[in-house]
Design a binder for this molecule. Sequence first.
Ligand code: ADP
Length: 215
Amino acid sequence: MKLVFLGPPGAGKGTLAGLYARKYNTRHFSTGDLLRAEIASGTPLGREVKALVEAGHLVPQRLLGRVVADRLRGMGDFVLDGYPRTLEQAEFLTGDGSLAPDAAVFVNVPEAVAVQRLLSRRVCEGCGEITNTADIQESDPCGTCGGKLVTRADDDAETIKRRYEVYIAETAPVTEYYRRGGILLDIDGSGKPPAVLARLEAALAAFRAAGHDNG
Ligand code: ADP
């Protein structure tokens, strides 16, 4: 299936999308990861978007649309995380027959929970694995590759607030767009990742049983 993951910053979209993609052997593509990699390598795109991303603003679709389409076209099934984030982006996917999602997964968590997750999130510089300070010592290395754990540039309190405002204004309408289209799966994102994955699997099974199986 072609799945898109939606939800507020800190909902756990990336973690859930990654778990799902590994278990079902599907391509996982995160626009946030792509942009951070471009910024870290200092590519022309990275230089153009650095200030926007680090301040919690959206990257314009004119810079992102082609990159997303080039990555996904002809790939068959995919799990897309962090895109679409605006109605313009949602319509772009729908309008391109081969990229139209079969289902949109809305990872739903209360704002207070999401903000706490963002403030305590650490990311491995080496392999990108996400951890939480509740589960590690502040000085611990990455449990997967031994790399250094760092705080993301946009995970400070002020930038988190801006990302939330952008989410409410720009991305919440995307959820309604897919709800109207009858392909929204509303998942309770609270608790540990395996519990959320189990809820997603149950929702997908019900979705397929209702006749929405496109593969
Ligand atoms: P989160 O969901 O935790 O806020 P992401 O890693 O998905 O973070 O995205 C980080 C940042 O990358 C966003 O705040 C934004 O600046 C940029 N970005 C990612 N995806 C998109 C997109 N689809 N459209 C515009 N900007 C994006």
